[in-house]
Design a binder for this molecule. Structure first.
Ligand code: NAG
Ligand code: NAG
Ligand code: CU
Length: 233
């Protein structure tokens, strides 16, 4: 959105605020808001993050929020997030995971440090109008890798809105983190380097963050952050 729209939307309050990812969808069933997802900050719950150095890139977590529960899932399982209310800006989804360090639980661990590996990134279609990402969806799904060890993890969902990203600081970031207990590992593999930190993984001038997405500015897109963790490399 344009800056003037941003100011109007902030002025209009939460009713016209942005979007967030408050609940997991497991086995096709939508769980309760903040049951398995770390509670996001209030009252800025849905405000976009526009500073790539903001601590809010780490799950947009409310430091005073209640602890969430940890969902037991299987390697290779398809996991969803409910989107509240729905995506209404163009841009990619990215998913990251972080293994909870020994001696901590997923509820205790908030994802600090270089611990995150990327498991999915969304590539746009190229249309006569520029780069195109789907909008309007109320759910987003990711399949967990089959090549991760059992244990507790954080799963970070992120959407980057790029409609105003032609100028530095114009991209908007939305993210939350769920707590998972991964079981069923049958593959002796370790999530690869590089592991990245939030904030820290992104630079405001990264080509996937400072970008004009409309024709004729750009005809290709490179997601920010590290490459997707690949079981076969
Ligand atoms: C994780 O799953 C394993 C296997 O089902 C179970 O033994 C363990 O108690 C679970 N841990 C948590 C924190 O739910
Ligand atoms: C971001 O990129 C700019 C331009 O390449 C560079 O000067 C700057 O050092 C980078 N910042 C970080 C934090 O990597
Ligand atoms: Cu907006």
């Amino acid at each position: 959105m344009q800056l003037t729209t941003a100011i109007l939307m902030l002025g209009a309050g939460l009713a016209s605020a942005h979007y967030t990812f408050p609940a997991l969808i497991l086995d096709g069933k939508t769980t309760k808001d903040w049951e398995y997802v770390k509670r996001s900050s209030w009252p800025e719950l849905r405000a976009p993050i526009v500073d790539v150095t903001s601590e809010k890139l780490l799950c947009y977590r409310d430091p005073n929020g209640p602890a969430a529960s940890t969902a037991t899932v299987k390697v290779g399982e398809k996991i969803g997030f409910r989107i509240d209310p729905y995506i209404f800006h163009p841009g990619p989804f990215l998913f990251y995971m972080a293994k909870v360090p020994e001696g901590k639980t997923a509820a205790e661990f908030n994802g600090e440090g270089a611990v995150w590996f990327k498991i999915f990134e969304d590539n746009p279609a190229l249309t006569s109008n520029g780069l195109f990402w789907q909008e309007g969806q109320k759910e987003v799904y990711v399949t967990l890798p089959i090549c991760i060890p059992d244990g507790e993890y954080l799963l970070r969902v992120e959407h980057i809105a790029l409609q105003a990203a032609a100028v530095t600081g114009g991209a908007q970031f939305y993210n939350t983190c769920a707590q998972l207990n991964v079981t069923g590992a049958r593959w002796d593999a370790k999530p690869g380097k590089p592991l990245v930190a939030f904030p820290g993984a992104y630079n405001e001038t990264d080509p996937g963050i400072k970008i004009g997405i409309y024709w004729p500015d750009t005809i290709s897109y490179t997601n920010p952050g590290p490459p997707v963790y690949n079981c076969f490399l």
